[in-house]
Write a protein that binds this ligand. Structure first.
Ligand SMILES: *[C@@H]1O[C@H](CO)[C@@H](O)[C@H](O)[C@H]1NC(C)=O
Length: 374
């Protein structure tokens, strides 16, 4: 009798589900969300393209980055439980001449081959000697259809790539743009870094020895409060030398970033929300896009996960005037940035170590992605 009761009690507590304020949607979202439970996970034992949709575009992320994102196992694959996103040369596939003369149209007929971003000439480009086609191939994966969530804890165990001008990112974007287009509906950058092994800005190593987390939010692109929600950590061993755990804790009260369980930074907005936190309330002439949201708006809506490896770009993530063993080959104001980058390949390509470790020193490597409900 007593033993039986014990079993019943155990069974009850094991299956107890306390409701959570976390909400989810998508084809791989759980039907019921229990407080503290895993709501999304991938350990990359296989490459699950039902979870991870590839971007297929030349768009350059709005920063005139130099890569062409496509669904190709040269650039994204899993092996022994690790996801690799590895850059390659566009000329390996199409020939060098193609960059300056080819017409590249990435729109395909199959559902999986559609161009995913037409903005910034993202679906078709004509290469010319000054305006060359995207010289690098890479990958960007997203859970846009499979999983998005509001509030929770995220942990991604990853190893950053090494190689000049590589720009890895693990981040989240709003699923429904409830407050309008970027950056009104927010952006959560869990980790970004730069692949240069020896790059300095004002005497500070801003390459592989630095990792950062950032929130982007504001009423329009020119008014973005990211500088008040941006944190960096330095590691003299380099984030490319070992796997680290990049963590996000996102609640109705605060957003907090950590690396290996050590807090990097947090935002706890007051009742004035991110409008006040960003200092936007000082300008009376701008309409607050979050006026009907909670104090966490725009971070009170569902976001999905993105993992990508970008290269270069002209938005200043790679500042002009950095000190690097070979100088930065393009100016951020240059209309021929991609060409200038490509022409310097004898300097940067060897730093990608293409001939050792299957070229994987230059790959963003992800061991797992885990998301828990609050
Ligand atoms: C995938 O990429 C490789 C290397 O760039 C290329 O040779 C191959 O043609 C690509 N495959 C497809 C289907 O585009």
């Amino acid at each position: 009798m007593w033993a039986l009761l014990g079993v019943v009690a155990l069974a009850t507590s094991a299956s107890a589900c306390w409701s959570s304020i976390t909400t989810v949607s998508g084809t791989h979202a759980p039907e019921t969300v229990c407080s503290g439970s895993i709501i999304f996970a991938d350990d990359f034992q296989e490459f699950d393209l039902e979870k991870w949709q590839h971007e297929n575009t030349l768009a350059g992320g709005g920063n005139w980055e130099f890569q062409y994102y496509s669904n190709n196992r040269t650039n994204s694959y899993t092996r022994d439980g690790i996801l690799y996103i590895k850059p390659s040369l566009t000329s390996d596939q199409f020939g060098e001449h193609f960059l300056t003369s080819g017409l590249l149209n990435v729109e395909g007929g199959a559902p999986a081959d559609r161009c995913t971003n037409p903005q910034w000439y993202g679906c078709e480009r004509q290469g010319t000697p000054t305006n060359i086609l995207n010289p690098i191939k890479s990958a960007r994966l997203r859970t846009v259809n499979s999983f998005s969530f509001r509030y929770g804890r995220v942990e991604v165990r990853a190893k950053m790539p090494a190689g000049d001008w590589l720009w890895p990112a693990i981040w989240l974007m709003p699923a429904y743009n409830a407050y309008g287009s970027w950056p009104s509906s927010g952006e959560i950058d869990l980790v970004e870094s730069r692949g240069n092994r020896n790059m300095f800005s004002n005497g500070v190593h801003i390459g592989t020895q630095e990792a950062g987390s950032t929130l982007h939010y504001g009423p329009y692109p020119e008014l973005n409060g990211w500088e008040r929600a941006h944190w960096l950590r330095r590691n003299s061993n380099g984030y490319d030398r070992a796997f680290h755990r990049y963590q996000l804790e996102w609640t109705p009260e605060y957003i907090r970033f950590s690396i290996d369980d050590v807090e990097l930074g947090r935002v706890t907005p007051g009742n004035g929300g991110f409008w006040e936190y960003g200092g936007f309330n000082r300008n009376q002439n701008i309409l607050n896009p979050w006026r009907y949201g909670s104090k966490m708006a725009p971070f009170d809506q569902k976001f999905y996960i993105i993992i990508n490896l970008a290269v270069g770009g002209t938005n200043g993530f790679f500042p002009d005037g950095v000190v690097n063993p070979s100088p930065k080959p393009w100016w951020n104001g240059s209309p021929t940035a991609a060409r200038d980058f490509w022409n310097a390949r004898n300097n940067w390509l060897p730093t990608w170590n293409p001939n050792v470790n299957n070229g994987e020193d230059a790959a963003l490597q992800v061991d797992y992605v885990r998301v828990w409900a609050l």
